[in-house]
Design a protein around this ligand. Structure first.
Ligand SMILES: Cc1ncc(COP(=O)(O)O)c(C=O)c1O
Length: 190
């Protein structure tokens, strides 16, 4: 208690933890977030998702969601009074995102594009070409990405995880969400 470990925890997460997260993202993805201004710790990714949507989405705003999607995305958008705009990930294309369809779905009301790679439930990871396509979309429209990267350490076949944090343009236009719930074995070193 004398060392200060008493009273309420800092609402945004204890400073040492935010610093550790900033260091981890910098080491893995080359982007340094300001631990005091740009990192916040939540009770799971689910809280981070809803907090981001409630902060950024207003009534009648549109949010692009690639379908199939983790099942809290669309209800969270609707809870905020927004409208999910669904863009399918097509089996016939090997579930590769159709970035032209995403671009075509953007209107003056679009507040966010939800992306989730490695993808639940498909398992697909982003490729460099996807990052380039996203950069073009962000460059042309200024739209904000909500990048759910909770499975960043669950990748197979030697493929890398292409975090949006690897791109300076995307990093500056993204809210990135990670989860300790999916990373514990990695942190144990197993
Ligand atoms: C894609 C995706 N995002 C977010 C979550 C929620 O993560 P958390 O358990 O940290 O709330 C899950 C949980 O399964 C998930 O699959």
């Amino acid at each position: 208690m004398r060392a200060g470990h008493n009273q309420y925890a800092a609402m945004t997460g204890i400073p040492a933890l935010r610093e550790a997260i900033a260091n981890k993202n910098q080491a893995l993805y080359g982007h340094r977030h300001d631990p005091d201004a740009e990192i916040t710790v939540t009770a799971g990714a689910t809280q981070a998702l809803i907090a981001t949507i409630l902060a950024l989405v207003r009534a009648d705003d549109e949010v692009i969601v690639l379908k199939p999607a983790y099942d809290t995305y669309a209800p969270a958008v609707m809870l905020a009074g927004g409208r999910p705009v669904l863009v399918p990930l097509d089996h016939a294309r090997g579930y590769a995102p159709d970035w032209q369809a995403v671009r075509d779905a953007i209107t003056s009301r679009t507040r966010l594009i939800f992306i989730n790679f490695p993808h639940n439930p498909i398992g697909r990871v982003l490729r460099k070409t996807d990052i380039l396509a996203l950069e073009r979309i962000v460059d042309q429209t200024g739209v904000v990405l909500l990048s759910d990267e909770v499975y960043e350490h669950v990748v197979f076949d030697g493929r890398p995880h292409h975090s949006v944090m690897r791109s300076p343009l995307l990093a500056s236009h993204s809210v990135v969400i990670s989860s300790f719930g999916k990373t514990s074995t990695q942190l144990d070193g197993k």
